[in-house]
Design a protein around this ligand. Structure first.
Ligand SMILES: [Fe+2]
Ligand SMILES: [Fe+2]
Ligand SMILES: [Fe+2]
Length: 297
């Protein structure tokens, strides 16, 4: 037997590592660019997102709070072959840790979940090993580590706008996922999860633009507002949507490239829609939360 807190702590360690794996693999996929290999890596990142989701739900079911901090992301390495070697290492670390946690945890439901995830990690390890072989010889010339990449010849303001978008999208993904995990309100949770998935698309679009311009997407987040009841969480989310829709609208005037303008306008329109849907939900939540009319004397 172990106490719940010990299990929650183990699951939160796994959660932080899944979070890091998602970001590390996405960065590698963006840097590699178009092609079959990048697709395979993105598919693995999506599986890690599913693990993240399952672990967070298990943590909440045990009465814990999911830790939205991220584990260590390794962006070293001078090219695709070396990046795949880092990803193999990440999978080896995950496999070892899941095995340790499966042995340490008595709760059969949690054990079963971790076994399920472990099977994926073993498959990922094989895929990355295969990709490492395929990508090894590809680009022999030394490349700069990802974090040092600068987009040369791109107007700095355009890059700033894209990077600001990347940071915003990452921030709301984490915030909406967290709110979805902890709200007892099913409909709100479902909507926030849908919106988080939509924000992941935005993040992908903007990050791919940065990478295509030769830069390194800055996947860092601003302060998250995690506290409060469902109504307070929705208020924070509506505020985030309003602010970013305004930012994107202003930034549209600063961009000349027609393709980028269209992309930003499309994302902005999504944000306006998100804000409206969340406002409707907030009105519903507040309506049902109203105290019953007190009976007369
Ligand atoms: Fe995973
Ligand atoms: Fe994995
Ligand atoms: Fe977005």
């Amino acid at each position: 037997m172990n106490d719940k807190q010990a299990v929650v702590d183990m699951l939160n360690a796994d959660l932080r590592d899944e979070h890091a794996a998602v970001i590390q693999y996405l960065q590698h996929a963006y840097a590699i660019g178009e092609g079959e290999e990048a697709c395979e890596i993105e598919a693995i990142a999506r599986e890690e997102m599913r693990h993240f989701d399952w672990l967070a739900q298990a943590i909440v079911a045990l009465g814990g709070r999911p830790d939205m901090e991220r584990g260590k992301v390794d962006l070293s390495g001078g090219g695709p072959g070396e990046w795949m070697a880092r990803d193999i290492l990440a999978e080896e670390g995950a496999i070892a840790q899941y095995k340790k946690h499966i042995a340490a945890i008595a709760d059969s439901k949690v054990k079963r979940l971790l076994q399920r995830i472990l099977a994926d990690e073993e498959a990922h390890h094989d895929i990355f090993t295969h990709l490492a072989d395929k990508l090894a010889g590809g680009k022999a010339e030394a490349q700069e580590p990802l974090e040092m990449r600068k987009a040369e010849g791109v107007p700095p303001r355009v890059l700033d706008i894209l990077q600001q978008g990347v940071r915003h999208e990452y921030t709301v993904i984490l915030q909406y996922l967290y709110h979805n995990f902890v709200t007892p309100h099913c409909e709100v949770g479902r909507e926030l999860e849908m919106q988080a998935i939509n924000e992941m698309q935005h993040l992908g679009w903007l990050a791919e633009e940065v990478a295509e311009l030769g830069g390194h997407p800055d996947i860092a987040h601003a302060a998250l507002s995690l506290e409060g009841d469902t109504a307070q969480m929705l208020q924070a989310d509506i505020e985030a949507e309003r602010a970013v829709a305004l930012d994107y609208t202003r930034q549209l005037d600063e961009i000349e490239d027609e393709g980028l303008r269209k992309l930003l306008a499309r994302i902005r329109d999504h944000e306006v829609y998100h804000g409206a849907v969340l406002s409707d939900l907030l009105a519903e939540v507040e309506e049902t939360a109203k105290p019953e009319e007190a009976p007369g004397p």
